[in-house]
Write a protein that binds this ligand. Structure first.
Ligand code: GLN
Length: 252
């Protein structure tokens, strides 16, 4: 089976090794007999609903976000249609911010977003930097943890009733005070976690692949056979320990 991943703005939104997330999706897909094809979607390119099973956006500095913001705002309706038709989305940090209504940077300029997630972001006066550990439950009854690294000046405010990706154990998360991190709307996930995120959180990579397969087949997301993730588990444990030792704030 072939899965198509649409990588939005790979030349502009790719910091703190975010491109590594693509490598993990391709490799873990292959280990499961899935051929994961990655296509770049750049400025001025059209997004055709149904063409991609998973859409991915990495993080970026304010300058790069400013260069892609008008384009992603224009793509908003097409992205919404792709999501309505079941495509999965992973957006990291600057990409996550641009899935909301807008990102107001430290100079007060409002960068328009895709309006795909019910949230907005406003730059604060201090960067929130460090290792992060979250508790989350994407699959009801299956509590999990996510470990990663954050570096952002933006504070993201979720609209009332918006589901976060998880609750911060240690770190800053969306705004450094709410104890919430990221946002989730069905198969659309936004997070501040870099690192890259997926090598040290293989269960989440598998969750994304399963959502993409479900979009491809129209069936329920498959439950994959476990892989030998000892190395990944070690990487997660090291990252989680670092977060507990020196993450931004301790919420739990
Ligand atoms: N430029 C945004 C901020 O600082 C996002 C940064 C990032 O992607 N790491 O908040």
């Amino acid at each position: 089976m072939r899965l198509t991943v649409g990588h939005l703005y790979p030349d502009y939104l790719n910091i703190y090794a975010d491109r590594g997330n693509i490598a993990v999706l391709v490799r873990r897909g292959a280990w499961r007999g899935l051929e994961v094809e990655v296509v770049a979607i750049g400025l001025g390119d059209t997004v055709r609903a149904g063409a991609h099973n998973l859409l991915y956006l990495g993080g970026g500095q304010d300058r790069e976000q400013g260069l892609v913001a008008p384009d992603i705002a224009a793509k908003g309706p097409a992205l919404a249609e792709a999501v309505d038709r079941g495509a999965a989305v992973l957006a990291v940090c600057g990409g996550y911010q641009l899935l909301g209504r807008f990102y107001r940077d430290r100079y007060g300029s409002e960068l328009p977003g895709a309006g795909l997630l019910p949230l907005h972001t406003v730059a604060g006066d201090r960067r929130m930097i460090g290792d992060v550990l979250l508790e989350c439950e994407l699959v009801p009854g299956e509590p999990r943890t996510l470990a990663g690294f954050e570096n952002h000046i933006g504070r993201t405010i979720l609209d009332r009733g918006t589901q976060p990706l998880g609750r911060v154990v240690s770190g800053f998360g969306n705004d450094g005070t709410s104890g919430l991190e990221g946002a989730r709307a069905g198969r659309v996930v936004g997070t501040y976690l870099h690192g890259p995120l997926l090598p040290r959180n293989p269960w989440f990579a598998d969750w994304l692949l399963a959502q993409a397969v479900a979009h491809r087949t129209g069936d329920e997301p498959p439950v994959f056979e476990p892989l030998h993730d000892e190395l990944e588990a070690d990487a997660h444990a090291v990252s989680a320990a670092r977060a507990k030792a020196r993450g931004g704030r301790r919420f739990r």
